[in-house]
Design a protein around this ligand. Structure first.
Ligand SMILES: C[S@@+](CC[C@H](N)C(=O)[O-])C[C@H]1O[C@@H](n2cnc3c(N)ncnc32)[C@H](O)[C@@H]1O
Length: 324
């Protein structure tokens, strides 16, 4: 039996917000043997389960995060753990396995240039607007979207709009749902935003903030795996945020996800990507409008056709693509 067997899994998620292993954390001395075969097996399983491609340099990360599962379950080897996982096929353990291997780095108004684009865009859309945040992590991104809708459309129209926030990881969704954050995470926001959208914790909650109920009520949080064949969504969206998750997928998986997004976008809808994500080489269904914002290729063509047929000669028209 391993000496660390009785230690509980404290569910410490601090490293989950880092994209690279931390010195002294991931990569520190190992309690369990971790073979190349173990890592290859983990890679194959998480790819099948979540589309995530773990590169070689994620080996320490995989060890560190899953070693916690071995400790929590009192297992001595990765091989035993992976055998159990596959043999028992227990939904809860699969969830823990998947949750352990996601990286959830996010922030309020991350990649800030997208939010004025969204603000401007939604003003020009038929109301109520609908936005899907498809890798919502701990909620900072959908709350930033909801704040932008309120600031841009006003409380009433924003309340009627729909913000769907989904993620594969159930632990991050629970945190997003609670809407409680350390003050440090919001201190860079303007005093107006802080006052309008957050409640400040006092007493035992000092140092924490909670999103105001009005903001929380605008968002529906749900689990959704972007690699599922059918997302079960029966509505279309004015905007889809899919930021900083495609980087974890290989090209065929990215292409599949974009194919599934296509029918879920309203014509002339916008797709927001992360700063290092380029969909141009993956699909012809979307094209870059600028600043990592994409639009449907057919959307613009369809709009051009309908403008040509529907607009009376001499009527004032706005140039297509003027919204970004
Ligand atoms: C690095 S975070 C990005 C969060 C946010 N979009 C942002 O840009 O700040 C990536 C998120 O994608 C989620 N994720 C990974 N694989 C997924 C999948 N197959 N389906 C849905 N979400 C997934 C992770 O759980 C994680 O919360």
């Amino acid at each position: 039996m391993n000496a660390l067997r009785s230690r509980p899994d404290r569910g410490d998620r601090s490293d989950r917000h880092a994209d690279v292993p931390r010195a002294g954390g991931e990569g520190a001395a190992r309690d369990f043997e971790f073979t190349s075969a173990d890592f290859e097996r983990i890679r194959a399983l998480i790819h099948r389960r979540a589309g995530i491609s773990l590169s070689d340099h994620k080996r320490d990360m995989a060890y560190s995060r899953l070693a916690r599962r071995l400790r929590a379950l009192g297992l001595d080897t990765f091989r035993d753990y992976l055998d159990e996982l596959e043999k028992r096929n227990d939904a809860n353990e699969w969830e823990a396995f998947t949750n352990a291997l996601t990286t959830n780095l996010t922030a309020f108004f991350r990649e800030a240039h997208h939010f004025p684009i969204l603000a401007d865009f939604v003003k020009r859309r038929t109301q109520p607007v609908s936005v899907w945040c498809s890798a919502a992590s701990t909620g900072e991104e959908p709350y930033s979207i909801a704040m932008t809708l309120i600031e841009s459309l006003g409380e009433r129209a924003a309340r009627e709009s729909r913000v769907l926030a989904t993620d594969l990881d159930t632990q991050v969704l629970a945190k997003a749902d609670a809407g409680v954050y350390a003050y440090d995470q919001v201190k860079h926001l303007s005093p107006e935003r802080l006052k309008r959208f957050f409640l400040k914790g006092t007493g035992s909650h000092a140092g924490l903030v909670k999103v105001r109920p009005e903001l929380r009520q605008m968002i529906k949080f749900e689990q959704l795996n972007l690699t599922d064949a059918d997302y079960g969504l029966r509505q279309t969206f004015d905007a889809i945020f899919c930021r900083n998750v495609m980087i974890y997928f290989d090209k065929p998986t990215q292409a599949q996800v974009l194919t599934r997004f296509e029918p879920l976008m309203k014509p002339d809808g916008l797709l927001f990507a992360g700063h290092s994500e380029n969909f141009t080489y993956v699909t012809q269904a979307f094209r870059l409008r600028g600043q990592t914002v994409y639009e449907l290729t057919r959307g613009r063509a369809a709009a051009a056709t309908s403008t040509a047929t529907a607009v009376k000669p001499g009527a004032k028209t706005e140039p297509l693509g003027a919204t970004v």
